[in-house]
Ligand binder design. Structure first.
Ligand code: ZN
Length: 340
């Protein structure tokens, strides 16, 4: 691993200098006047819908529109890569080169956010521009220390803005992992003792955004809220911005009564994740209302979870910030002080 001064080892001084250099990339163009390889077209739409299992009738027939979530697909360069891409500036490569050189050699995509301004239709010619919207200060995450880089792409059809695609990555130096044995080794060194005094890893934080904020607000009140389309009444879970059955964006919620059955499950053995103690069961629970939720069946040995097992909702607090809906075997609930 590269451990240069001022790099991911956390040494002061030169790290700040790197931050300064990275900040200068904010607002710089990454792609200017990019052109989609293909016009918006029915075959790509059909393949997408088949892969997603999306049967919305709006995406077929003579008046078809493209699924909004295909926005980025129309800008992709395909297997031939980016190298000879017209309009692509060297900005992104330069920024990555700078981070690589400082030891932040790993990359992970963290999230993306899209806004849709008007629908794309077969025959539309796509043009796009992208820019480095922001580079964060140096952040330490579970994966390691690094910088979040947000790229914004504006996608146009016929010169008119059709949507915006924001894409965020973390460019980081992997955290140094001590073998577990050093934590309990007799005669351990000072640094190993420091290691064992660290708090146990915390559960990953849920990603709360505009589309699912109401769900998490409900969890905070010990309510499991299911979205309901106000046009056609279809329930949906997890939360989404529009109805998969009729396309209507308007919704209200119904509260789950908390009854469910295990529809399917897996037992996780590997890979190990911080904050989780394998083996443990991850269940797909079908709620009595008909929608399904991925959760944990708790207080049941992992090898006793079964398809069809009746379960009941409870809320379990994992730390000061994270409380999650979980499920217990239905028969055990009455003896429990935990629950909604
Ligand atoms: Zn609907």
């Amino acid at each position: 691993m590269v451990r240069k001064g001022g790099g991911p080892d956390g040494s002061a001084g030169a790290g700040d200098e790197l931050s300064e250099r990275l900040k200068k990339y904010q607002g710089r163009a990454a792609t200017v006047g990019g052109v989609g390889r293909d016009l918006v077209n029915a075959p790509m739409i059909r393949h997408w819908c088949e892969a997603m299992g999306d049967t919305n009738p709006a995406y077929e027939g003579p008046d078809a529109v493209a699924p909004p979530t295909m926005l980025q697909a129309w800008t992709m360069s395909g297997l031939s890569g980016h190298a000879d891409r017209p309009g692509r500036s060297g900005t992104y490569d330069e920024l990555f080169g700078l981070l690589d050189g400082a030891g932040y050699t790993s990359v992970v995509a963290t999230d993306c956010e899209q806004e849709y301004l008007h629908p794309l239709r077969p025959g539309d010619e796509i043009t796009f521009d992208s820019m480095i919207e922001s580079v964060s200060g140096r952040k330490t995450t579970k994966l390691g220390t690094g910088y979040f880089v947000t790229t914004r792409m504006d996608i146009r059809a016929g010169g008119e803005l059709a949507g915006t695609h924001r894409f965020r990555i973390l460019k980081y130096a992997p955290a140094h992992r001590s073998p577990k044995s050093t934590e309990t080794a007799p005669g351990s060194s000072g640094s190993a003792r420091t290691k064992s005094a660290e708090p146990k890893s915390r559960r990953p934080r849920p990603v709360i955004n505009r589309d699912n904020a109401g769900f998490w607000e409900g969890v905070g009140r010990h309510r499991l809220l299911i979205q309901r389309c106000t046009a056609c009444g279809t329930l949906r879970f997890p939360w989404l911005p529009g109805c998969g059955a009729c396309g209507c964006p308007d919704w209200d919620t119904v509260e789950s009564g908390g009854e469910g059955t295990v529809y399917s499950y897996v037992v996780m053995h590997h890979p190990p994740f911080p904050a989780f103690d394998p083996p443990y069961a991850v269940a797909l629970v079908e709620l009595a209302e008909g929608v399904r939720i991925v959760s944990n069946v708790v207080d049941v040995p992992y090898d006793e979870v079964r398809i069809g097992m009746p379960v009941r909702l409870a809320f379990r607090r994992y730390d000061a910030d994270v409380e999650l809906p979980v499920f217990r075997a239905a028969a055990s609930v009455d003896r429990s002080g935990e629950g909604s």
